[in-house]
Each structure stands twice: as structure tokens, then as C-alpha cells.
Design a protein around this ligand. Structure first.
Ligand SMILES: [Zn+2]
Length: 338
């Protein structure tokens, strides 16, 4: 099978590897679509993915074979590569450790995952794809589950005025999850014109361009001078967390969704007097995945405008795609199609 193997030093090489055999309790999935996630781009940019790893955790496909003892799945079942409930002891480290530092934890995962024609999963790991959801859209359940968790942990209430900073895939999904949860008005800040247009198509009430306007005063003005109740920071630009804390209204909440891998400047005296809350969210739990799949299936999250034709690639284009994504990008979502 063909797989994009990480070689270290920002190099992905497509190689021929043997198709893995599912062991007891495992299933073999033939990958259909694999979306490129910002987490993988960070692993590439900062060269922290271990050499030999095949990244890719946002994928969909079809069960091609089942290992001994597997009764939950049969050949031909359509699945996404996550969302199942792990048995006790198999939870991700973040869910079982009292202390968790994503950067210092290290990246030891050398599994062959979604940037390959086939991948192995534990039988408990995937979720079934509903009949009315295509494989392509199902591949985006993972980023959608991240948006669902961000909204669920944000203290956002029915009728709140919301701002989303950054209209990459996570920002566009967070915006839609906030609308589904009852946001009254949604303002999106994004420097790329393409992404601002996508935000408007997906129902943003207003967009602002932080590259040519003062984002804090523009957004405060759009909220009758009060500031948003909740700000979702989905950009991780040097200034966005401080801007979020500066624009949110008194007693409001900021939800940090994007991960900045470098220090970001903050001046707490500017905003501490508003007695605001700063919350964080990280990844998603199985329940968030199920909510995400419901929202995609019932159309409350619309993936169509995020999936522009130009953003599809084959495995051979993956090195070029990653090189493009480590620079400021205008692509909304890139997907490897097998
Ligand atoms: Zn992801």
C-alpha cells in the first residue's frame, strides 16, 4: 500500500508498505478521504513527529477485513477513524493524567494512520457513518468534534453575541456549532478574503479584516459598545489571545481553542478589571464526536462551502501541501483523496 511516511526535517515521502494484517480485536480500514489537520502541520513545522510515522487522524473509509474475535464490524461497513469509547486504561494520556503538557509530552506515535491507503484500528475506536453523510464529509467529524467541545465548555448561552477569531476549518466549524447552540449574533475576524467569504456563506452576521482595521474597536462597535459575551480564539496569531481578552465584555468568557506554539505577548492590566473567564479546551471526547456527527447529518453544520474543489490532492501532493500550509494560507480545508 502507498503511505506518506514522515522522514524527519519536514520531509514526507510516499512509500510502498505492506498492507497490515488485523490482529485480535482489530479492523483493517481502506481509507477513502483524509483531511489535513493543523496538528499534523505543527508536527511537521516543528519537526516533532517521529521519523517512520504516518500521520493523519481525520479520515473515513470502509472496513476491508476484521481480525479474530471482532463482532462489531463487518467488511464493507463505512467508518470514521475515531469517536469510539476506549475501554478503561486505553484513554488518551490527556484524559487520564492529572498533569498534561502537550508540548513536553513528546510525540511517540509511530502508527501508520490516515495518510495511507489502509490503516488498522481497534474495534472500539471508530464510529459508523450515517447513510446520509458522504465519506468526504465524514472525514471532517474530528475537527467538528473539537468545535463541539469548545462550545460545550465555553459557557455560551442561548442569545449570546459571539466572536470567532480565525476562520480556518476550526473557526468555521466553531462558528456553526455556536449557531446550533443558540448564538444570536456571530462576528468573525479573519485576514484572508476567501475565508471571510466562506464565513459569510456559512451564516456569519459580520466579518472583520484584522489586517486593515483595528479588530478590537471594530468588534466592540458591532456589539453596541459592550463587546461579545463569548470570544473563541481559533487563530493562534501572536496578538489574538490578548485581543480576545481585550474585546470580550465585562464578566464574559474567552475560549482558547487554537494552540500557539510560541510565546504570545499579553498585557493583563488592560483586561483584568473586567473579571472575565478564560477557558481552554483540547481535542474531543467520544460524546463530542457523536454530537458532531449528528450536526453534520442533520445539516446544522454545513461542510459544503469549506470543501472547495481546489483543495483536494492525491497522496503524491502531500509534501507540497504541507509546505504550503506552514505559511499563512488561504486554503480553507485540504483533503487527501484516495
Ligand atoms: Zn485534527
Amino acid at each position: 500500500m502507498r503511505a506518506a511516511v514522515y522522514k524527519g526535517k519536514q520531509k514526507l515521502v510516499v512509500e510502498d508498505l505492506p498492507v497490515p494484517e488485523p490482529g485480535p480485536g482489530e479492523i483493517l480500514v481502506k481509507v477513502s478521504h483524509s483531511a489535513i489537520c493543523g496538528t499534523d502541520v505543527h508536527a511537521f513545522l516543528y519537526d516533532i513527529a517521529p521519523p517512520g510515522a504516518v500521520m493523519g487522524h481525520e479520515f473515513s473509509g470502509t472496513v476491508a477485513a476484521v481480525g479474530p474475535g471482532v463482532t462489531m464490524w463487518k467488511e464493507g461497513d463505512r467508518v470514521i477513524g475515531g469517536g469510539g469509547t476506549p475501554p478503561p486504561g486505553s484513554e488518551a494520556p490527556l484524559r487520564r493524567q492529572e498533569q498534561y503538557n502537550y508540548r513536553l509530552e513528546g510525540f511517540s506515535d509511530t502508527r501508520k494512520r490516515g495518510y495511507a491507503e489502509f490503516t488498522l484500528l481497534n474495534d472500539w475506536a471508530p464510529l459508523a457513518i450515517p447513510d446520509n453523510v458522504s465519506d468526504l464529509k465524514a472525514a471532517l467529524t474530528e475537527p467538528c468534534s473539537v468545535a463541539v467541545r469548545a462550545v460545550r465548555l465555553s459557557n455560551m448561552k442561548l442569545g449570546d453575541v459571539v466572536t470567532v477569531l480565525g476562520a480556518g476549518p476550526i473557526g468555521l466549524l466553531t462558528m456553526q456549532a455556536a449557531r446550533a447552540a443558540g448564538a444570536r449574533k456571530i462576528i468573525v475576524s479573519e485576514p484572508s478574503a476567501t475565508r471571510r467569504d466562506t464565513a459569510l456563506q456559512l451564516g456569519a452576521d459580520a466579518v472583520v479584516d484584522p489586517s486593515c482595521e483595528d479588530v478590537i474597536s471594530s468588534i466592540v462597535n458591532l456589539t453596541e459598545g459592550d463587546g461579545p459575551h463569548v470570544v473563541f480564539e481559533c487563530a493562534a496569531a501572536p496578538s489574538t489571545l490578548d485581543a480576545a481578552l481585550n474585546m470580550v465584555r465585562k464578566k464574559g468568557s474567552v475560549m482558547l481553542v487554537a494552540l500557539a506554539w510560541e510565546s504570545v505577548p499579553m498585557l493583563p492590566v488592560d483586561w483584568a478589571g473586567k473579571e472575565i473567564q478564560l477557558n481552554t479546551t483540547f481535542g474531543a471526547e467520544p460524546y463530542d464526536w457523536r454530537v458532531a456527527l449528528d450536526l453534520i447529518s442533520n445539516g446544522k453544520v454545513d461542510l459544503e462551502p469549506m470543501l472547495l474543489d481546489t483543495d483536494f490532492l492525491t497522496l503524491d501532493g502531500i509534501q507540497g501541501a504541507f509546505e504550503a500550509l506552514i505559511k499563512p494560507s488561504t486554503q480553507v480545508q485540504m483533503v487527501v483523496r484516495f
